[in-house]
Design a protein around this ligand. Structure first.
Ligand code: NDP
Length: 259
């Protein structure tokens, strides 16, 4: 199905993990995809999508820097004429006991996960409003529902994403722009490799992979998610089938959190 032919989709953190799966899904459904990430290898990721016959460009962008974010959305409009969908996926996590958590970790996490998502929404809205509408989808986390241990800064940053989503949704509802957030649960990516190792060391004598496996046993579906599980929900929220959905936060976690 080619639901997004002629549409331009920006995905931050699109060079790997969940973001790359989202970019791949939109590309496979005909969208012009603009992937942005911190590292210069973003162009390699875009080339990988093009090698599959998709239309994609990569832009190096630190979402915490307004000038980079402005340049990202300008590049999308310059190359493809508009921004129709923007997925705020870039994110970071660290794990530390409260006495050890540094102010730098707190600030960096809020800067990327919350302020970065806001700057992208702001620049996307600036281009969507005059264009008659668009879709903003913010990647929050199960930690926007239920703060996990040793990650107060990450939980705060993701609760922030949910509040921002609701506020923006109200402001742009009459401009044809919907704003929604999603909460992935345990998704196999580099981020979860880090979580498994560090939480595993802090919570017990876990061998690599064991902590993740034990947490997966708490998921009613008894499996970790894959990027494509998240991408399916994002594509739905960006599609015409979701025209009447805004300001919502939706879990995609195999039933881990039911609220
Ligand atoms: P990864 O660590 O695999 O990827 C994170 C992405 O964010 C990378 O592309 C990284 O770019 C990018 N990024 C980090 N900092 C910046 C920055 N300052 N500017 C631009 N890009 C940046 O993580 P996941 O794919 O697992 O996570 C994606 C999103 O999903 C995050 O928001 C995360 O919090 C959220 N999430 C993930 C869950 C999981 O189980 N994996 C669960 C719940 C939420 P680069 O590679 O260039 O550094």
């Amino acid at each position: 199905m080619q639901r997004f032919t002629g549409k331009t989709v920006v995905v931050t953190g699109g060079n790997k993990g969940i973001g790359l799966a989202i970019a791949d899904r939109f590309g496979s459904e005909g969208a012009n995809v603009v992937i942005a990430s911190f590292e210069a290898n973003v162009e390699e990721a875009a080339a990988g999508l093009r090698a599959k016959g998709m239309t994609a460009i990569g832009v190096v962008c630190d979402v915490t820097k307004r000038s980079d974010v402005v340049a990202l959305y300008n590049a999308a409009v310059q190359r493809f004429g508009a921004v129709d969908v923007s997925v705020q996926n870039a994110g970071i996590i660290t794990i530390a006991r409260v006495e050890d958590l540094t102010e730098q970790e707190w600030d960096a996490t809020m800067e990327v996960n919350t302020k970065g998502a806001f700057l992208c929404c702001q620049e996307a809205i600036r281009r969507m409003r005059p264009n008659g509408g668009g879709r903003l989808i913010n990647i929050a986390s199960g930690q926007a529902r239920d703060g996990f241990i040793y990650t107060p800064h990450y939980a705060a940053s993701k609760f922030g994403v949910m509040g921002m989503t609701q506020s923006l949704a109200k402001e742009v509802a009459l401009d044809g722009i919907t704003v929604n957030a999603i909460c992935p649960g345990i998704i196999r990516t580099d981020m979860w490799d880090y979580n498994d190792r560090v939480w595993g060391e802090m919570l017990g004598d876990y061998e690599p992979g064991e902590l993740m496996e034990s947490w997966v046993q708490n998921i009613p579906m008894k499996r970790a998610g894959e990027g494509k599980d998240v991408a399916g929900l994002i594509a739905f929220l960006a599609s015409a089938d979701a025209d009447y959905i805004t300001g919502q936060t939706i879990n995609v976690d195999g039933g881990l959190i039911m609220s």
